[in-house]
Design a protein around this ligand. Structure first.
Ligand code: JHZ
Ligand code: ZN
Length: 398
């Protein structure tokens, strides 16, 4: 039986994607033989309600906390992190000589903005990426002690798209215990289970996302480690996230928004197995519809290209069995992915310019979370008669 990574109680499985590769391991065309696969399945903890992966990816294969996230060349994400920095500068970083630490570097946008405002800052990031002041380590009690010895206590520890990928959350909270000042906070944002269920966004489930949080499961996790969930805020980015603010227990009055969101989640049945089984049935329906649509379009002689070789698309392509026969190539702006093939599904990745050379009849939008930005940028594609295929929340053409 699988045990909860936070509270050690039984986890009940509700979906099995079966054999899946690592979502960010893009092999070279000739080197796709030695790929690593694991069983991607998700379940819900029967006690603290935390939704999580069933299997651990072995340490030597796992992307650890701090895995450098590239804000995907997205101007929306760049703005998002700049605005987040301004918000923190106005709320949490107002003391005499504030200090902000980020777990992971996120292209350094947030910390650079804080630094430009004269605020002391540091990224904790094993790879050293991000172009900002970096402490090369994983975030845990040991690195937190080193950082505190050198810099003093932190007012804010911030993390975006990072905490949900750290299997050992106890180590993170041990680090917070050491590094945060008495009134310091952890502010983190990750994909929200409520949105994943609402949109049937099953492609948020892949190796790098170990946990799918709700206000209820985060509140319970914080309590377990001597902290308290004091704030929640909905974010529109990446298909719907929540930003959680966590303080030492008893130091702050929780915002009424916390209890309100927990109540809403209970009303929606987000912690009920029946809700998650309903989600699972919808996921199977999407697979049937998407495979049928792509097959029909190809049979009728249409050309199709994928748009955005996202980590998310790894789950879609491998679960739905999409390969170069249905989707001959996918275009992506990331130089490190171009000239390679997608993990497990082996669809060639081409530079962004390949999209218009010539335009396909249909584009399968794997980067649907950036739809507004991408569709605005690619207006000429639709004007030329091209159509977008989306599979979230259902398979449809726009
Ligand atoms: P995007 C990664 O997931 C992994 P991915 C990680 N686990 C996570 O949680 C999220 O990021 C935050 C390309 N693109 O942001 C660039 C274009 O080609 O949806 C990227 O490869 N043209 C840390 O990969 C991909 O699409 C464009 O105009 O699912 C987008 O990846 C834009 C905007 C993007 O995250
Ligand atoms: Zn649990």
């Amino acid at each position: 039986m699988t045990r909860c990574r936070v509270c050690d109680q039984a986890v009940q499985e509700f979906f099995d994607f079966e054999r899946q590769p690592l979502s960010s391991a893009f092999p070279l065309p000739g080197e796709a033989d030695g790929e690593f696969f694991f069983r991607l399945a998700v379940g819900i903890c029967s006690s603290c309600t935390l939704v999580q992966l069933i299997e651990d990816v072995p340490q030597e294969h796992a992307h650890h906390q701090g895995y450098p996230y590239h804000s995907a060349g997205s101007s929306v994400m760049h703005k998002h992190f700049t605005q987040t920095a301004y918000d923190l500068l106005e709320t949490e970083l107002t003391g005499p000589d504030p200090f902000v630490v980020e777990i992971g570097a996120n292209d350094g946008v947030l910390l650079r903005t804080c630094g430009d405002a004269g605020v002391r800052h540091l990224a904790v990031e094993p790879s050293g990426a991000g172009g900002v002041r970096v402490h090369r380590a994983f975030f845990d009690a040991a690195s937190a002690a080193d950082i505190r010895a050198e810099n003093g206590p932190a007012d804010v520890v911030y993390a975006a798209n990072t905490i949900c990928g750290v299997a050992d959350l106890a180590a993170v909270f041990a680090g917070l215990d050491v590094l945060l000042g008495p009134d310091g906070v952890l502010v983190f944002e990750d994909p929200y289970l409520g949105e994943i269920v609402e949109r049937t966004a099953f492609d948020q489930i892949y190796d790098e996302h170990v946990f799918f949080f709700t206000a209820r499961s985060v509140r319970s996790m914080a309590e377990r480690f001597g902290f308290e969930l004091v704030g929640v805020e909905r974010l529109p980015v990446h298909g719907g996230q929540i930003r959680y603010t966590i303080a030492h227990a008893g130091r702050r009055v929780p915002s009424p928004a916390v209890a309100e969101l927990v109540r809403e989640e209970t009303g929606r049945g987000l912690a009920d197995l029946a809700t998650l089984e309903d989600f699972a049935a919808k996921v199977r329906g999407i697979r049937t519809d998407l495979v049928a649509l792509l097959g029909d379009l190809r049979a009728a002689g249409n050309t199709i290209a994928g748009y955005g070789a996202t980590a998310k698309s790894s789950t879609v392509a491998n679960y739905c069995g999409l390969g170069p026969d249905l989707v001959p190539f996918v275009c992506d702006t990331t130089p490190g992915k171009q000239g390679r093939v997608t993990p497990g599904s082996h669809i060639p990745v081409r530079p962004a310019a390949a999209f218009a050379d010539p335009y396909p009849d249909y584009a399968l939008l794997f980067a649907w979370n950036h739809a507004e930005e991408i569709m605005a940028k690619e207006r000429a594609f639709r004007a030329a008669g091209g159509r977008w295929i989306l599979y979230v929340p259902t398979v449809h053409i726009v």
